[in-house]
Write a new protein. Structure first.
Lengths: 111, 115
């Protein structure tokens, strides 16, 4: 079983739609959680950290359920520019700041 | 002013050759990493250095040798390149553990193609 699992998609949604991505992780001792965004042929960039209480950044809302080892990302009012691959990222409890990346979920927002 | 810079951006080379990729960060971070992203887009850790010392080596063939001359630089040398080494290699940096870790800053990647 992969340490971080995501549905690869693609998710094809119209502009203005709300879309949700899910992610599960296997290491119950994981400490920190993030969503990264990766555009085609570009480097991953931090979208937002995920906190236990849930957190929001504009149109983006992240949730963490430690009991179920589940992380989600909700995007409201999708824009064309949201088209990208969204990577679920977990920091396991081990030495150093090594991050474990999921395989990513591809989102395509269409006019 | 690029925070994490890698060179070269593209590298096409023949099997059996030896090549190097360079990485530099100007963020003052103590920790640097090499990740490999294969054709299926999975990002996998290869190495991590903290203040010039190797702290993570994730079962990478010994043809891959990282070198960190100082905490702002982490280079990757690859000997005897194989077809399976074709991938995008990303350098990244972050603060040390316990100093407000908020994820990595990645370089723009080096697309290596072995022919």
């Amino acid at each position: 079983r992969k340490e971080v699992e995501q549905d690869p998609g693609p998710f094809n949604v119209p502009e203005g739609a709300t879309v949700a991505f899910n992610c599960t992780y296997s290491n119950s001792a994981s400490q920190s959680f993030f969503w990264y965004r990766q555009d085609c042929r570009k480097e991953p960039k931090l979208l937002m950290s995920v906190y236990s209480s849930g957190n929001e950044d504009g149109r983006f809302t992240a949730q963490l359920n430690r009991a179920s080892q589940y992380i989600s990302l909700l995007i409201r009012d999708s824009k064309l520019s949201d088209s990208a691959t969204y990577l679920c990222v977990v920091k396991p409890f081990r030495a150093g700041n090594m991050l474990t990346f999921g395989g990513g979920t591809r989102l395509m927002v269409k006019p | 002013d690029t925070a994490v810079s890698q060179t070269p951006k593209y590298l096409v080379t023949q099997m059996g050759n030896d090549k190097s990729i360079k990485c530099e960060q100007n963020l003052g971070h103590d920790t640097m990493y090499w990740y490999k992203q294969d054709s299926k887009k999975f990002l996998k850790i290869m190495f991590s250095y903290n203040n010039k010392e190797l702290i993570i080596n994730e079962t990478v063939p010994n043809r891959f040798s990282p070198k960190s001359p100082d905490k702002a630089h982490l280079n990757l040398h690859i000997n005897s390149l194989e077809l399976g080494d074709s991938a995008v290699y990303f350098c990244a940096s972050s603060p040390s553990a316990g100093t407000g870790f908020h994820g990595y800053t990645f370089g723009s990647g080096t697309r290596l193609t072995v022919v």
